[in-house]
Design a protein around this ligand. Structure first.
Ligand SMILES: [Zn+2]
Length: 157
């Protein structure tokens, strides 16, 4: 018999019932992440918990931790990136309610949920939001400055 794995949740019910779940996910399953990675080995741990806030809003708290191997944008080498993120999402049925919450509380992201939430893509979204825009080794970052005197010199010749 196959072990059943929960792949999607009803976000509103999840929040209303104060449910929680946690598990591990193979990094290789994140397809949208693939281009940014040096290697897709390893796993991330995740935990999702639901909650109602005082005003009756539906909240999901997401925690993700693990190590990713990002590709350095300069030398294309391996950067070990320690992922350790916490995010809160407020669920809405309507686009029109979305705008107000993001103005009120910058720590909470509003999302419109029409259907069940795929756990995989929800976690991948949060990881993508957390990653540096253009990851580089610290040493590779430094190279830019060290090159500048050279280019000044070059300009004189
Ligand atoms: Zn590098």
């Amino acid at each position: 018999m196959l072990m059943s794995e929960q792949t999607a949740i009803d976000g509103f019910e999840f929040a209303r019932m104060g449910k929680s779940l946690h598990g591990k996910m193979e990094v290789s399953r994140f397809e949208r992440l693939a281009d940014l990675l040096y290697s897709n080995s390893g796993q991330v741990d995740y935990a999702i918990s639901g909650e109602m806030d005082e005003e009756g809003g539906h909240l999901l708290h997401i925690a993700i931790a693990g190590t990713l191997h990002l590709r350095c944008q300069r030398c294309l080498g391996d950067i070990e990136y320690a992922l350790d993120l916490n995010a809160s999402l407020m669920l809405f049925k309507d686009e029109s309610d979305l705008v107000s919450i993001e103005e009120e509380d910058p720590d909470v992201d509003g999302i419109v949920v029409k259907d069940k939430l795929e756990i995989l893509s929800m976690i991948e979204d949060e990881i993508l939001l957390d990653l540096p825009f253009s990851p580089r080794h610290e040493a590779c970052e430094g190279k830019v400055e060290r090159e500048s005197p050279f280019s000044v010199l070059k300009g004189r010749i």
